[in-house]
Design a binder for this molecule. Structure first.
Ligand code: BGC
Length: 299
């Protein structure tokens, strides 16, 4: 269980990576994954690492991004590192990309991985924006073979972002049910109650009227149909009204790239529940994945 309100409730990471040796990996290029770059100037951290840290990796349709996360603050230590998502994004090729990202940080401690899949009992049950051969894959076996013997957690990407926003970002001052929605190619969802995640809610696939929510209100639908923000806000409102009627959240957190333009569409929403933009931007998945492994979460 993961509790938002008390950092003390995090299982002590000292027991997970108790001063574990920091191996230096060769920066080999991995099959199927192209090294892009660090995202800002400065070297990656190699020393003075405290105990309450983990590497989080967020696998997206175009990039596999990682960072070393300070779990006391939810901040990244040093900059993110990204490799391109291999195409096709098969389990083996993505796992090699994840290894490349982890090796970049010269990190032998716990690793959390966020994927655009439903994960139950460690098995990928769906695959959105990655190769369909993920379905049925035992993700711990796959990543264990690449990353060796260490603590791993694998969870849905929106769930990871939700955990991070709930604890460190836009949701940190809300009590009760917090719902994060990511508006991108699809709609990802995460529901937390007092910091505890209910994994794999997949509300983007909920039928709202004639269609699945993500087929009428994702950011991709807005782009594909050339909708203005006020017009798109009508579609988003319809979906939010359906969600709030069932889940009664205290707040919706709007994530995904379109949350950077929140001022253009959030004021046009007509649903009841407050909607606030995500604040951790493209680090939320990384931070949430690191939180998941720190908490020993295995959805
Ligand atoms: C998938 C979710 C995912 C979301 C965001 C949806 O299409 O079904 O599992 O979290 O997209 O990537």
């Amino acid at each position: 269980m993961f509790f938002r309100d008390s950092a003390q409730n995090l299982p002590a990471l000292t027991s997970l990576n108790n001063g574990g040796p920091r191996r230096t990996f060769p920066h080999q290029s991995s099959e199927g994954a192209t090294s892009v770059s660090t995202e800002s100037a400065g070297g990656h951290p190699t020393s003075s690492l405290g105990p309450n840290q983990a590497v989080g990796v967020d696998v997206g349709g175009s990039g596999i991004k990682g960072g070393l996360v300070d779990l006391d603050t939810g901040q990244l230590i040093g900059e993110r590192f990204k490799v391109l998502t291999p195409q096709p994004a098969t389990p083996q090729a993505v796992a090699a990309g994840i290894r490349e990202v982890v090796e970049h940080f010269e990190w032998s401690g716990p690793v959390g991985v966020a994927l655009p899949v439903v994960v139950t009992a460690g098995i990928a049950r769906t695959a959105a924006n990655i190769d369909k051969t993920w379905i049925g894959t035992d993700i711990y076996e796959l990543l264990g073979a690449e990353l060796g013997d260490r603590q791993l957690s694998v969870l849905n990407d929106a769930d990871a972002a939700g955990m991070a926003e709930d604890r460190y970002g836009a949701g940190k001052d809300y009590k009760g049910v917090v719902m994060l929605l990511t508006f991108g190619t699809g709609i990802g969802s995460a529901i937390l109650f007092n910091g505890v995640l209910i994994p794999n809610t997949e509300l983007g696939h909920m039928q709202v009227g004639e269609m699945e929510a993500e087929h009428q209100a994702s950011s991709k639908v807005r782009d594909d149909n050339g909708l203005s923000f006020p017009k798109w806000a009508e579609d988003v409102s319809r979906v939010l009204i359906a969600y709030e009627a069932l889940f009664w959240p205290e707040v919706f957190i709007a994530g995904g790239g379109v949350s950077r333009k929140a001022h253009k569409w959030i004021p046009h929403l007509t649903n009841r529940t407050p909607v606030v933009p995500a604040t951790l931007q493209n680090s939320a998945g990384i931070v949430g994945a690191a939180m998941a492994v720190a908490a020993g979460l295995r959805p």
